[in-house]
Design a protein around this ligand. Structure first.
Ligand SMILES: [Zn+2]
Length: 240
């Protein structure tokens, strides 16, 4: 056992950091043209049913969710075909971009200090702090990723990029989502996670970034371009 970290005392207390928005019927925001989330009780114990059962109205991009390549490419893989090794217990790099203003570009300079850890198998989480605008009119005016940076990340082997905003791309009222970063990442075997929340909690969690592990598992939805996910981070030193 040459791994010094394996010699550290293990805590028995699970400590998950939940990076997912709660889905609340008729309240969860949805992009234009996307269905609004709703849950409808179709069987009810209170009404003499054998159990409580709900039917759902939900979009593939509702709440915290993952985009599969098929979202932007007709010949791209669907969400049920994603490689789960990209999405299960993966190491992360969390970039603190909270100083970025509305509509400001995220450049290489902003990510430079993380360069050493950005490699294949690592998920990059962009903490813009924008999740505090969730459900408000200015939610779409988030900072956005320079498409050249997206290309660079792909070259470095990064395949998972998550953001605490509606898109890593520039979104404008007139043109909608520019789609540039989407095409680069989804077109090169990557995935995008959107509408994360609470990324700033990772800076104060007491967990060293190298010890953080992330899981972002989509539903196994056949023929679909994306899926809501439950995104959680924990310390690899914690016995689950
Ligand atoms: Zn999406």
């Amino acid at each position: 056992m040459g791994d010094a970290s394996a010699m550290q005392p293990l805590s028995s207390k699970p400590a998950f950091i939940d990076l997912s928005h709660a889905l609340i019927p008729n309240e969860t925001p949805a992009c234009d043209g996307h269905p609004s989330y709703n849950a409808c009780c179709v069987l009810s114990l209170a009404k003499g049913g054998i159990a409580n059962v709900h039917s759902l109205t939900i979009g593939t991009h509702t709440g915290t969710h993952i985009d599969a390549p098929y979202h932007f490419f007709d010949d791209g893989i669907t969400v049920d075909q994603l490689d789960l090794s990209l999405l299960t217990a993966v190491p992360i790099v969390v970039a603190d971009l909270r100083s970025k203003k509305a509509g400001e570009k995220i450049t290489w300079d902003d990510l430079k200090k993380h360069e050493e850890r950005l490699r294949s198998g690592v998920a990059l989480l962009l903490c813009t702090g924008w999740s505090k605008h969730w459900g408000k009119p200015d939610y779409s005016q988030h900072p956005y990723l320079d498409p050249d940076v997206a290309s660079g990340l792909i070259d470095m082997g990064v395949r998972v990029v998550g953001v605490d905003a509606m898109s890593p791309d520039k979104v404008t009222e007139e043109a909608g989502d520019s789609g540039h970063v989407h095409r680069i990442i989804l077109g090169n075997g990557g995935v995008i996670v959107e509408n994360l929340r609470g990324l700033e909690d990772l800076f104060t969690s007491g967990i060293e970034e190298e010890d953080m592990r992330l899981s972002i598992l989509p539903l196994r939805l056949g023929a679909c371009d994306g899926s809501p996910v439950r995104a959680v981070v924990w310390s690899r030193k914690v016995v689950l």
